[in-house]
Design a binder for this molecule. Structure first.
Ligand SMILES: Cc1cc2nc3c(=O)[nH]c(=O)nc-3n(C[C@H](O)[C@H](O)[C@H](O)COP(=O)(O)O)c2cc1C
Length: 187
């Protein structure tokens, strides 16, 4: 099975990345991870875990300055790339093709190779630049998949909220997620 490339940036919402990587592992989907400099600070702050803990969930962990790593080239075959959570800074870099580090370079590669690029953007409120950058990224082929929890499945815990979002992400990528509760109407 081909790999999923996961980039974690320094937006709030590190738990979404953790939950998604755990789900991929449970589904036996191989992953590689790129961690931005900012995420090296935000991820431990929000999860209580060190970045090193991700090596139990993913085959490779890259830092953003490893610009000669495989994700920097279109010849490395990743099925899809998910940026979760995605900052407005990384969104801007992707939208404008400004490959400033391994995260934005890898995303640029996915777009040029016409492979799926999913951006779980997270910020509130949004200014006009954020909104315009989302349009630009979507026009270039990215999928804007905002890190927004849903409530119709009646979550009881934060974990429920986070896991549902991660399951929707995996479902969107075409993976069979048995625990995903599908909406079946109100009747
Ligand atoms: C605790 C914390 C939470 C943050 N949350 C967000 C956020 O939700 N969205 C965002 O765009 N930036 C957020 N930031 C700011 C980014 O981390 C900062 O702009 C950083 O330079 C982004 O770099 P990166 O895109 O390379 O990860 C946050 C920063 C901190 C310290």
């Amino acid at each position: 099975m081909k790999k999923i490339l996961v980039a974690i940036t320094g937006a709030s919402g590190s738990l979404y990345a953790l939950s998604f990587l755990k789900l991929m592992k449970r589904l036996s989907v191989p992953t590689e991870v790129i961690v931005s400099r900012a995420a090296e600070e935000v991820f431990p702050l929000e999860t209580g875990l060190e970045i090193a803990a991700l090596s139990e969930l993913s085959e490779r962990i890259y830092r953003e300055d490893e610009i000669s790593a495989p994700p920097a080239s279109g010849s490395a075959l990743y099925e899809a790339m998910v940026v979760v959570p995605c900052t407005m800074g990384t969104l801007a870099a992707i939208a404008h093709g400004f490959s400033k580090n391994l995260v934005s370079r890898a995303a640029d590669v996915m777009l040029k190779e016409r492979r799926p690029l999913i951006l779980a953007v997270r910020e509130t409120p949004l200014n006009l630049t954020h909104l315009r950058n989302m349009v630009l990224a979507a026009e270039a082929g990215a999928v804007i998949f905002p890190a927004m929890p849903a409530f119709y499945h009646r979550p009881q815990t934060i974990e429920d909220l986070v896991n549902f979002f991660a399951a929707r992400l995996a479902d969107f990528l075409g993976f069979d997620v048995p625990e995903l509760k599908r909406w079946s109407g109100t009747r």
